[in-house]
Write a protein of this length. Structure first.
Length: 255
């Protein structure tokens, strides 16, 4: 992979899961990264790992807190901050039946989308001033297809919105040499499932989804990170507005 832009990469939700895996890939390719997360301990651990390979820094921010979001936006808006890559990897997932969703459940997903929107807007303005850049949003298969075993109406609504945002950003920002794409993963082993599955039981719980995927297994964070890196690189310089299924074949049909 070739990364021709000279600015840094900022990865929202970069302290674990797909975000951290992407950060590790980028520093191996000599791209300096800034990871954003709300858990100080996770951020410190991630930074230790990243700085063994390349150069990384961190910003602690809870995207649900207005003051933290404003702090992050203020950093992005500084004249001496040069950003060339953005990955929106922050996420939350906790299946719940549509009829039992309450306002708090709904807001958990939509407030995260709101933060993502304005972070992307600020980074795009930064990239415009630098002459271009590449953005990848992490969407979801659930934004394209309902799965009865994991009822997730508000989550899916938010991810479908992120898919739509990806296409609108791609259309509007192309004139500034900014490409915007998304990945749409199926079941991937990440800490996102810890919200409703005991970490010690995660492997066993997710194993039941192996056959759901035509390839016969759930995904790894590296499966997704490798595609994100490809989309960020100049190897995909004629790709924008795409929403790539990284799903072991799920969207090809029923298995």
């Amino acid at each position: 992979m070739k990364f021709t832009h000279q600015g840094k990469a900022i990865i929202i939700g970069g302290s674990s899961g797909m975000g951290l895996a992407t950060a590790k890939l980028l520093v191996k390719h000599h791209v300096e990264v800034i990871i954003v997360g709300r858990n100080a301990e996770k951020l410190e651990l991630a930074l230790t790992q990243l700085n063994e390979t390349g150069k990384a820094s961190a910003i602690q921010a809870d995207l649900y807190q207005a003051a933290d979001l404003e702090k992050l936006l203020s950093y992005i808006n500084q004249d001496d901050v040069r950003l060339s890559y953005l990955v929106n990897a922050a996420g939350y997932f906790s299946p719940k039946a549509f009829l039992t969703h309450d306002v708090e459940d709904y807001n958990t997903y939509m407030e995260l989308n709101r933060a993502t929107f304005f972070i992307a807007q600020a980074v795009a303005e930064n990239m415009k001033n630098q002459g271009g850049g590449n953005i990848v949003n992490i969407g979801s298969m659930w934004g394209k297809q309902a799965i009865k075993a994991t009822p997730s109406s508000a989550y899916s609504m938010a991810k479908a919105g992120l898919h739509a945002l990806t296409q609108h950003m791609a259309m509007e920002l192309a004139q500034y040499n900014i490409r915007v794409n998304a990945v749409s993963p199926a079941v991937v082993k990440t800490p996102i499932y810890h919200s409703f599955i005991d970490p010690t039981e995660l492997d066993e719980a997710l194993a039941g989804f192996n056959e759901f995927h035509p390839i016969g297994r759930i995904g790894t964070v590296d499966d997704v990170a490798n595609t994100i890196g490809f989309l960020l690189s100049s190897d995909t310089s004629w790709v924008t507005g795409a929403i790539w299924d990284i799903d072991g074949g799920v969207m090809t049909g029923r298995n």
